[in-house]
Design a protein around this ligand. Structure first.
Ligand code: ZN
Length: 744
């Protein structure tokens, strides 16, 4: 989705290429040493985000005293006595594991999903209502984009021995520790890899292209898109954090969305049709298949007066509709918004006015790919005799690409380096930057917190946020904190939502349609079948209501979920089975992270960790040293001496009673349960417990400890070994403690 955005397009010369042009300036992605990809240049806050806080509630803990400051929260007095059963403690731990599982499984990959539902075989719900053998079918499968706010948008179209993928995005809304984003799980492609002919992309937002650097090297095929879109694709491959596999070559096909050129891809024909959105080069995909014509709208709105004068190609859409459209796949991001989305041009005057009247420097925060709006601000700055500086890596990168491809018209001498801004007169400069969502370490955020290398904000500065929080992103509070920081510095802050309060014009318009425009799309294309895509289930359902209102029979509409197979002939459409699907999680470096790892991180974040280290004499079964206990994120041990001493006593008793009676694995398992129980009883918490038992081989009786290790010609006694072990362990512990100043 990305409710940012707007549109643009210059008219590139008619393209003559028909072949994938790997050599055509497409960067060879083999060169490594790229900067880690990060969203708007920053990490995200781990832990605290949306959805997390509520999870404790479900743990079924009765215990009070879980409030912040370590002191007193876990006092053994409060929970004293043996009031908690072992079963209760184990259940508490299971519960916290289940909570973690639940959090992580929102983003489970196909394998985990298969494990969860006990089946997972492809096509497990094959209904077989359509007669597969009698009539070849078109299969449409949303591997991503059929849920949430429309993210990791990835739609597969399969016909006999050929397939294409429409869009291949990522999901930046994943709120899990250490995770940067998710991409669609493409396991299903393993079985049909040989069929894949192309990736066709609607536009260059990350939720439509962000999966490509992960997925294309594994399942290679050329990428088709408009000139700007292909520019963005090359940009993200260039900036990708990890090297591409040996021999991989990025192949792209730039299509002209103005000439209605149709390219043959296997048995399909592909055409792109210009549409307005919030990034230049946005298009609908027309995919002519042997069964009939599909149109995927991509993200859109119908802006009657776009700043670059590149209106949606209404004529072509109508023409396609007149020729006949089998199915319309229409994006659904903001179907719940009434009326029409205002034109981008409605905010132009606001910026002219603001820049004209601002007393000092002006900083405008906006989405990094919204190049038409950047152009608008540049125009207003130039009009007022100001220079423009730009900050934010992602924005600068996209701007360079846009200028290189001729999408922007910047008078010579307009841009100045951000480093020069402190030496310029306040009235001479406008800074355009990232950070309108309050993203950590974005340009504007660093200015707000005083951490920016060049910019120190001062009282007569003006900051304009040309955006609204991305819906369901949890960004509201980030923006709030940033605006607080700005306000503290005495800066004049203008937010779109307060523009009436501030007596200025509107400062942002959405890149997505409102109801009347969604209806208009249906009216123009007149599809036989209607499939809402790129949106939450409930919103897609409303989209179906709109379609039904336009005379499409309800039976001709399907609200499919990720992985569900929509089977289609020229006469019929129905759900027919399901393929493996899910979310693959990616960290800041671009590496895939297993969901088991993430689950552990969630438990660690919620409950902390306690490691127990015991050194036991094998022969006697006695402890050779005092039990060592390390905790992280659990309780502050120095303030909980009583619990720790109690735990040591428990451990001593456990060793005495059980060590010689059961085998080592069993002993460790029992120890884990026992410690879990004890800690839960004392603190009402269930940290991850890691028992480490060092068994020092004792000797063959007569009280003499036999050597197990020979060093320097002399054998060591068990006691020496134990001492050594303890020393090593103390060193290890010291290292751990210096890593983290909080000695809990
Ligand atoms: Zn978009």
């Amino acid at each position: 989705m990305n409710p940012e955005e707007n549109t643009n397009n210059t008219s590139p010369a008619p393209a003559q290429r028909r072949e994938p042009n790997g050599a055509n300036g497409a960067p060879n992605s083999n060169e490594g040493a790229r900067k880690p990809q990060s969203r708007n240049g920053g990490g995200r806050p781990q832990g605290g985000g949306r959805g997390r806080a509520g999870n404790n509630g479900g743990n079924g803990r009765s215990g009070g005293g879980r409030s912040g400051s370590g002191a007193g929260q876990a006092g053994s007095g409060a929970n004293g006595g043996r009031s908690v059963s072992r079963g209760q403690a184990i259940r508490a731990q299971k519960q916290s594991l289940m909570d973690a599982q639940r959090i992580v499984s929102q983003y489970a990959d196909a394998g985990a999903r298969a494990g969860n539902n006990g089946g997972g075989a492809p096509e497990k719900r094959r209904a077989n209502q359509l007669d597969f053998d009698a009539e070849p079918q078109l299969r449409i499968i949303g591997l991503g984009g059929m849920d949430g706010g429309g993210s990791k948008n990835t739609i597969l179209v399969e016909y006999k021995d050929d397939a294409v993928i429409m869009d291949c995005g990522n999901d930046l809304g994943v709120d899990l520790p250490g995770i940067n984003y998710g991409i669609a799980d493409m396991t299903y492609l393993d079985s049909i890899k040989h069929k894949l002919r192309a990736y066709v992309i609607t536009h260059g937002h990350l939720d439509h292209i962000g999966g490509l650097p992960h997925i294309v090297p594994r399942y290679p095929a050329p990428i088709y898109g408009s000139k700007f879109t292909i520019g963005r694709v090359e940009e993200i491959f260039n900036n990708f954090g990890l090297p591409m596999p040996d021999g991989f070559e990025l192949k792209t096909v730039t299509m002209n969305e103005d000439t209605h050129e149709r390219l043959k891809v296997g048995p399909f024909f592909v055409e792109l049709v210009r549409i307005t959105h919030s990034i230049p080069g946005s298009t609908c995909i027309v995919l002519d298949t042997p069964v009939g014509r599909l149109i995927n709208t991509g993200d859109f709105r119908f802006d009657p007066n776009p700043l670059d004068h590149e209106r949606s190609d209404y004529e072509r859409l109508k023409q396609l509709g007149d020729e006949g459209v089998l199915a319309l796949l229409s994006e659904s991001t903001t179907v719940e918004r009434m009326g029409r989305t205002p034109s981008e041009s409605t905010i132009e005057q606001s910026f002219v006015d603001l820049i004209e009247h601002a007393p000092g420097r002006i900083f405008v925060g906006l989405f990094s790919t919204n190049m038409n709006r950047v152009q608008m601000i540049v125009n207003a700055a130039v009009h007022n005799g100001r220079k423009v500086a730009m900050d934010g890596r992602s924005m600068v990168s996209t701007l360079e690409m846009a200028v290189r491809h001729g999408f922007m018209k910047i008078p010579k001498g307009t841009f100045v380096p951000i480093a020069n801004v402190p030496n310029m007169k306040d009235q001479d400069v406008v800074v355009v930057c990232t950070g309108s969502q309050g993203e950590p370490s974005s340009a504007l955020q660093r200015m707000s917190s005083g951490d920016h290398k060049y910019i120190k904000l001062k009282a007569q500065d003006t900051v304009v946020l040309s955006s609204t929080p991305i819906p369901e992103s949890g960004n509201d509070s980030l923006i709030g904190m940033m605006v607080d920081g700005l306000t503290r510095k005495g800066v004049h802050v203008f937010e779109h939502r307060n523009h009436e309060l501030d007596g200025v014009g509107p400062l942002h318009v959405s890149g997505h349609a409102s109801q009347d425009e969604y209806i208009e799309m249906i009216q123009m294309t007149k599809p036989k079948f209607f499939i809402p895509i790129y949106g939450a289930y409930r919103v897609k359902q409303r989209h179906i209501d709109l379609a039904v209102g336009q005379g499409i029979p309800r039976l001709h509409c399907i609200n499919a979920e990720n992985g569900q197979v929509i089977a289609m002939t020229a006469d019929k459409m129905e759900l027919n089975g399901e393929v493996p699907h899910g979310t693959v999680l990616v960290d800041q470096t671009g590496a895939v992270v297993n969901s088991v790892v993430v689950k552990d991180r969630v438990v660690l974040a919620e409950e902390g960790l306690v490691a127990i280290v015991l050194t036991v004499d094998k022969r006697t079964g006695n402890l050779l040293t005092s039990p060592d206990i390390i905790s992280r994120g659990f309780i502050y041990m120095r303030e909980q001496e009583e619990i720790m001493n109690g735990l040591r006593n428990e451990l001593r008793r456990a060793v005495q009673q059980r060590f010689k009676r059961v085998d080592l694995d069993r002993f460790k398992a029992e120890l884990k349960d026992h410690v879990t129980h004890y800690l839960f009883e004392q603190t009402q918490r269930s940290p991850i417990v890691i028992p480490v038992v060092n068994v020092i081989s004792g000797g063959g009786g007569k009280g003499e400890v036999k050597a197990t290790t020979a060093v320097g010609g002399r054998t060591k006694t068990g006691e020496e070994l134990a001492k050594e072990q303890e020393k090593r362990f103390q060193e290890m512990r010291a290292r751990l403690l210096t890593q983290d100043a909080r000695t809990d």
